[in-house]
Ligand binder design. Structure first.
Ligand code: GLN
Length: 478
């Protein structure tokens, strides 16, 4: 069969289960596709072809024997390089972990395997998920936007986004601390979902900012995102921050009907900075929702303007603490020619971390230091609560919230933006992490030939609402 790689995850699963395709054929087709395209795109930092083929054969055997099959039987999935899997290189795109082989499976990996998915490799990212371009990776390869090879794919889960956009796999898992799933999804024209904080286990995810990080799927369609969520959501004894809220069947929530759904549009998201060509696509998307029978209501999230500064105090603070474990002693990179233990710490960390990571460690250490803790960290915690309260108030009157994902489309790789300019790019995505609510980026059209996404934000543990709206929009748009 031609062009297996063009199918969706759901189609692959159905064809494998009914014997129309073997898992082995699917995996072979995907690796052929990767060989044909990845020199140019650069999605992957490591591949597990032999293991994937072995696993495919076992699934084909199950099909033959009439054994029960998982929800992702035979579906090739890629994983961001900050989630551990047993026996596989897992580096977080950092030199400090350049030789680290996973000794256990992250819970999401375990769940994928239990669902008979096939993990094909690890994708490129910004070092330790800090960034929005995938250019702070320690790997020399530059991940490129499949829509325009001179542009960034976004980040930090850039390789995850391109692996789906370039049809090198059907589902990819990324992590989102301040927008790292939704922004690259928007830049690359695919679907990206950040679940509610506490919906998906973070066990086995390299911690960046533990109170903000969530794992979520990149897919070609909203329906596939629902399918992936059916597999990865839910309780796990290894992550105490999960909440015991029933996991619905997300596929069943895609009724296609959003008549009467109340969609809030926050006025603070449409004032400055947003490029006219992006605004056009976003406004047209809003019209589509109106046509589908949703009720559009203007709302206010008054503390929006504090989201970026709040995040850039809290995320580095948590990162500086989380990254203290990389000391060159127990695992990862260790410098040579050392005088004493202090020299070992300093040299290993100086040589092992890249510039952006060091910048964040310094900011984080500063805002947590005794003299500045109240002025920065504590203050930011209070503002975080106000941002969360804004959403609580808004959700008393609306079902979901509609916003742009980013102020602009993918920018050029050689366009050197300053750290602060890059931080400001996160303006529309960061609030969802601070408030812990779910958000999805759904492709809405092109602006000057480049993809533009729209963002739908939901109430805590109500991924089904934004999936339903996203699915209806996806169908209603054509
Ligand atoms: N761009 C943001 C940052 O640099 C978000 C990163 C993320 O979500 N992992 O921190």
């Amino acid at each position: 069969m031609e062009n297996i790689y063009k199918l969706t995850a759901l189609e692959i699963r159905d064809k494998v289960v009914t014997g129309q395709l073997t898992a082995e054929e699917v995996v072979n087709a995907i690796f052929k596709r990767i060989e044909d395209t990845d020199n140019e795109i650069g999605s992957f930092v490591s591949l597990r072809k032999e293991k994937a083929l072995e696993e495919a054969k076992l699934i084909d055997l199950k099909v033959k024997n009439g054994d029960k099959l998982g929800a992702l039987a035979g579906v090739p999935v890629s994983i961001k390089d900050n989630m551990v899997s047993v026996g596989d290189l897992t580096t977080g795109a950092s030199k400090i972990l350049n030789n680290y082989i996973g000794i256990y499976d992250a819970t999401v990996v375990e769940k994928l395997k239990a669902a008979d998915a096939i993990i094909i490799g690890k994708t490129n990212m910004d070092e330790f998920a800090m960034g929005s371009t995938t250019t702070t990776s320690c790997y020399e390869k530059v991940t490129k936007n499949p829509w325009d090879l001179e542009r960034v794919p976004g980040g930090s889960s850039g390789g995850a986004a391109t692996s789906v956009a370039a049809e090198q796999c059907f589902i990819s898992l990324g992590s989102d601390t301040g927008g790292s799933i939704r922004q690259p999804a928007s830049f690359c024209g695919v679907v990206g979902l950040k679940p509610t904080y506490g919906r998906v286990s973070r066990y086995g995810l390299m911690a960046f900012a533990s109170s903000l990080d969530q794992i979520g799927p990149f897919t070609k369609t909203v329906k596939d995102a629902a399918l992936a969520m059916n597999v990865i959501a839910g309780m796990d004894e290894f992550d105490a921050t999960l909440e015991d809220v029933k996991v619905p069947n997300y596929l069943e929530s895609l009724t296609g009907d959003i008549k009467g759904m109340k969609i809030g549009v926050p006025k603070e998201y449409f004032i400055e900075g947003i490029r006219p060509e992006v605004r056009d696509v976003v406004e047209r998307a809003l019209e589509t929702f109106r046509t589908l029978g949703a009720e559009i209501v203007e709302i206010s999230l008054p503390h929006t303007k504090y989201a970026v500064p709040t995040y850039y105090v809290l995320a580095p603070a948590e990162a500086s603490s989380n990254l203290a474990r990389y000391d060159g002693v127990r695992y990862g990179y260790r410098a040579e020619n050392l005088k004493d233990i202090n020299d070992l710490y300093v040299k290993s960390r100086s040589e092992g971390f890249g510039d952006e990571v060091k910048r964040r460690i310094m900011i984080g250490t500063y805002v947590l230091s005794a003299g500045f803790f109240d002025a920065y960290f504590k203050k930011a915690q209070k503002v975080r609560r106000l941002i969360k309260n804004d959403f609580d108030v808004a959700f008393e009157n609306v079902d979901i919230i509609f916003t742009p994902v980013t102020p602009s489309t993918a920018f050029r790789i050689d366009e050197k933006k300053s750290p602060v300019e890059l931080y400001l790019e996160d303006i529309f995505t960061i609030s969802a992490n601070l408030a812990g609510i779910p958000g999805i980026s759904v492709p809405a059209g092109l602006a000057n030939g480049l993809p533009v996404g729209i963002q739908l934000l939901g109430k805590p543990f109500r991924e089904e609402d934004i999936l339903r709206a996203g699915d209806a929009f996806e169908k209603g748009r054509f």
